[in-house]
Write a protein that binds this ligand. Structure first.
Ligand SMILES: C[S@@+](CC[C@H](N)C(=O)[O-])C[C@H]1O[C@@H](n2cnc3c(N)ncnc32)[C@H](O)[C@@H]1O
Length: 338
């Protein structure tokens, strides 16, 4: 429902240290964020980084059975122990091993003679060149043409949505090269962070960025390869799922959000950013044709409307839909009912 009242937010960045690369610290965007009837007013000015939840049990599950994975090697979620990690499904007995940079928890993990390809919007990010360029210019273009406020402001804004689950565990779903996963870890606001992506090369790049950083908190940080539509977590085991700039890349947003809803515990929070196109543009006759064409060519669900995003969350059992907007940028949030 785009019955917009416009509010101007001026987030402060006092508690923010600048851990990412290639993003200028200066706030370049006017951040005129539009609020609608279901839109939250986010006051980040007096934010206390209070820690409300503490949870550290292992939520990892078999992507086939959704039952707990049991550690074969010494248990531990840490960047440094990934290469030695070995877990087994308590039900189907399948074993999942860590490689140099991440734990592969896709269904086809370990199948040497079988592989599947995804739509272009997923496959694109598996290319080594794209993974390399992602934080070296690619992501910045979202701000130029898409109204994305930039990682620092996005982090500040999402923290307000995540307030009820601070101190819990968080999955950075479709993390790319770990832009936000690294911020989550360094903020100390969560008991554990899983950086999850389908792209091996994005995960590799994330691992390299972490290795280049001094004093990165590697404990309780894990890199996991998984399909968003088959999340390797036990049901109701996760406090927060963040998905930055990814919903429009997923082959089926409904399959993805349903999975996110499954893994969230009651009261758990989903927060995501994507591109939105509605309001004054809705009557444009060719808009739905344009969307259909983009979908057919790339598999991308780019430019959903606010109404569609709200319906998507509701259809997947999430409540309390809120969003904040800036041009084509939207940050949405919804909660698993208690
Ligand atoms: C535009 S990037 C977003 C990266 C980062 N979250 C950000 O905010 O910049 C989209 C990411 O979605 C991931 N992705 C696409 N399809 C996926 C799928 N089926 N399962 C998991 N991740 C997927 C891509 O690999 C890519 O890293």
């Amino acid at each position: 429902m785009a019955t917009g009242i416009a509010v101007t937010l001026t987030p402060t960045f006092s508690s923010f240290t600048r851990p990412t690369r290639f993003f200028p610290a200066t706030a370049k965007f006017p951040l005129r964020l539009q609020a609608s009837s279901s839109t939250a007013f986010i006051d980040t000015t007096n934010q206390t980084d209070s820690v409300a939840v503490t949870r550290s049990s292992n939520p990892l599950a078999c992507p086939i059975c959704y039952n707990s994975l049991i550690w074969i090697t010494d248990p531990g979620l840490s960047v440094d122990t990934i290469p030695r990690s070995s877990l087994q499904c308590s039900t189907c007995q399948k074993t999942y091993n860590g490689n140099q940079t991440h734990l592969d928890l896709t269904v086809t993990s370990g199948a040497k003679s079988y592989g599947e390809s995804m739509p272009a919007s997923t496959e694109l990010f598996r290319m080594p060149l794209i993974s390399f360029l992602y934080e070296r210019g690619w992501r910045q273009t979202f701000s130029v043409w898409g109204g994305f406020p930039g990682p620092e402001k996005e982090f500040e804004l999402m923290k307000s949505f995540l307030k009820p689950v601070l101190g819990g565990n968080i999955i950075d779903a479709s993390c790319g090269s770990g832009l936000f996963s690294r911020l989550f870890a360094k903020s100390g606001l969560f008991s554990s962070v899983v950086a999850l992506d389908y792209s091996e090369n994005m995960l590799r790049q994330c691992y390299e960025f972490i290795q280049q950083e001094n004093n990165f908190p590697k404990e309780n940080f894990n890199l996991v390869r998984a399909d968003i539509a088959r999340l390797p977590f036990v049901s109701s085991s996760v406090d927060a799922v963040h998905a930055g700039a990814a919903l429009h890349c997923w082959p089926s947003p409904s399959a993805a959000v349903a999975e996110i809803s499954r893994v969230l515990r009651p009261g758990g929070v989903f927060v995501a950013t994507t591109y939105i196109l509605d309001g004054p543009f809705t009557p444009v006759p060719f808009l739905s044709t344009l969307r259909q064409n983009i979908r057919q060519v790339s598999g991308s669900y780019i430019f959903l409307s606010e109404r569609e995003l709200e319906a998507l969350c509701k259809a997947c059992g999430l409540v309390g839909f809120k969003c904040i907007r800036n041009g084509l940028f939207v940050m949405i949030s919804a909660t698993k009912p208690k």
